[in-house]
Design a protein around this ligand. Sequence first.
Ligand code: APR
Ligand code: PHB
Length: 394
Amino acid sequence: MKTQVAIIGAGPSGLLLGQLLHKAGISNVVLERQNPSYVLGRIRAGVLEQGMVDLLRKAGVGERMDAEGLVHEGFEIVSGGKRVHINLKELTGGQSVMVYGQTEVTRDLMKARSEANLPSYYEVSDVALNDLDSDSPWVAFEQGGISHRLDCDYVAGCDGFHGVSRQAIPSTVLKIFEREYSFGWLGVLADTPPVNEELVYAAHPRGFALCSLRSPTRTRYYVQVDASEKVEDWSDERFWEELKARLPQDLAESLVTGPSIEKSIAPLRSFVAEPMQHGRLFLVGDAAHIVPPTGAKGLNLAASDVSTLFDILVEVYQQGRTDLISQYSPICLRRVWKAERFSWWMTSMLHNFPDQDAFSQRIRETELDYFANSEAGKRCIAENYVGLPYEKVS
Ligand code: APR
Ligand code: PHB
């Protein structure tokens, strides 16, 4: 089997890249370890920056997002018990974000791929990347007990944090930058009306809480919990009580509770692998970097990587610009690090750090108080939240 670009992983990165390449006449094959329903069963974030919204439209998969997604022109931060509005539109010269779940993005991309009859292999195992330093790399994999060989020009490693692609870069070349946090987010999905039209990020002495949503009838709420907590110890009742305890009184009183549809604990991590390109392999999305979810940047960073790689591959195939290949990693990493910084900073400012000394605690509270109540501070938050510009490939 032969293709131009072998794509490892059918998450949003792999599927979006595949769709864009297909539209530009560049052939690609997607290899995915799980089955499609497993991929769609993962509940992830749901805030899309304008850049990602535009990219989905460019890929021809924006129709349902435009019909069902919710445009948010602002969000709230709770600082010292007070609700502060961050007016994204006013603070950024007219920009906004789109609330549309990653699951729905993935569903739309899967549908487009199958309607276009593009080759995808699900439930594959033993994926191995070969000869990445040569002009003719190839990917070995198994499906249903049969061994396959996929010859290609380039490999896009879109296989997430636990994938194999990153490991194909020699350890002498790969540099890892990492920070772990001592807490995670306990998340609940419920078919209840949102407590507030906009997202609410609440700092509280009991720990951080986030009120988010998927639609006017489906909500997603989170509370900060210690990394050692077990989801089995959190009944729905206990979750709702804890969430209410961390919200200002007016929100707590109007919160509508209900049975959870999904409940899980996600650890928080900051992670960057450099470089993001080696020979004919490109790392894309979670395969190269992880951010804590506080800035809603994970999915959006995957989209900006995809955009950069797509622009480069189009130039390579249409203009012979192979010189651009070495530009992929530096272009992506400049934006990745800015999102890493913002996500780390929002996390540091909004969460409880039980091990912090009293002085650091006060500094953290004061930093939030300052940024949430200064015009310049709010503009800084808003500019990063709507997403920094994509760098042009040239
Ligand atoms: N072979 C084939 N597929 C693999 C392999 C492998 N060895 N290892 C992992 N995969 C698949 C996973 O099953 C998954 O479907 O790769 C896919 C990676 O998808 P994601 O983890 O969703 O990563 P990505 O597509 O980069 O999506 C961006 O940013 O912050 C996050 O929530 C956000 O998940 C989103 C991500
Ligand atoms: C979510 O809706 O799941 C969500 C929203 C905003 C975040 C993180 C998660 O910052």
